[in-house]
Design a protein around this ligand. Structure first.
Ligand SMILES: C[S@@+](CC[C@H](N)C(=O)[O-])C[C@H]1O[C@@H](n2cnc3c(N)ncnc32)[C@H](O)[C@@H]1O
Length: 237
């Protein structure tokens, strides 16, 4: 069952709002990409890598919110989390890597932008330049994928997560953020069935998405149990 937790971290004054027209265009792009209504091409990857390479030197001082409420609240109330490695996709300058490392034994940071990854050198010990649309990660090998102000690549995310793995879906400015996608839309875009725990925190929002068995899997599981029950009864007779 989905769960909307009450807010406990208030939204302070002075929320930084991105220019509305640019934010609208990015949100539409993020939504269409997640829904599969538009493809991810090398053109888009090159454009974003170039854009974030340019922004990297001043990211922490001019673009970052300087707040960690949504990530902190997600880690405090969104668990329990499975034990195992966490992949931080679109990790940027690594502002949240250390915080993620308080909940997971290993955090690997992946970003398209070499310059963003360079800025993360002192914060993230494991950095890889890669595209989240084609992750260099084995199937089912991760306890968590953390996507903080990042685009959603549904099939890759579902592929690399272990069956009990979780997606931490975090928007630092909530619905005002340029890459905002409601948690329900993210769950609908992911293959399979996902349960959502979410809350608003500070200026933003967070959601933890967990895979749940769909109706067909539940039926299959029931049939296995029934068959096992029949075998036990036959053996007793
Ligand atoms: C808005 S920034 C957020 C950075 C960081 N998560 C934070 O909250 O400070 C988005 C980051 O995602 C990266 N990015 C965008 N598309 C990507 C992709 N397909 N694969 C990997 N990284 C990507 C960008 O280079 C950028 O560093």
């Amino acid at each position: 069952m989905n769960q909307m937790l009450p807010r406990i971290l208030p939204a302070p004054d002075g929320k930084p709002l991105p220019p509305e027209d640019t934010a609208d265009a990015f949100r539409a792009f993020a939504r269409d990409l997640a829904d599969g209504r538009r493809p991810w091409t090398t053109g888009e990857a090159d454009f974003l890598a170039g854009l974030f390479d340019q922004l990297a030197p001043n990211w922490d001082t001019t673009q970052a919110t300087g707040r960690d409420d949504p990530v902190r609240d997600a880690l405090a109330r969104g668990g329990p989390f499975p034990h195992g490695p966490c992949l931080e996709v679109g990790s940027g300058t690594g502002q949240f890597t250390r915080l993620l490392a308080t909940a997971f034994p290993t955090v690997v940071s992946i970003d398209l932008s070499e310059q963003m990854l360079r800025q993360a050198a002192r914060r993230s010990p494991a950095r890889v330049r890669a595209d989240a649309s084609a992750l260099p990660i084995a199937d089912g090998s991760l306890a968590a994928v953390a996507a903080i102000d990042m685009l959603l690549f549904p099939s890759e995310t579902a592929r690399v997560l272990a069956p009990e793995g979780v997606l931490l879906w975090i928007n630092q400015l909530g619905q005002d953020g340029p890459l905002y996608l409601p948690a329900h839309d993210a769950a609908a875009a992911l293959p399979g069935h996902w349960q959502i725990t979410e809350a608003a925190a500070g200026w933003g929002s967070w959601a933890v998405l967990r895979r749940t068995p769909g109706i067909s899997e539940v039926r299959q599981h029931r049939n296995v149990l029934r068959a096992a029950g029949r075998r036990t009864v036959q053996r007793r007779i």
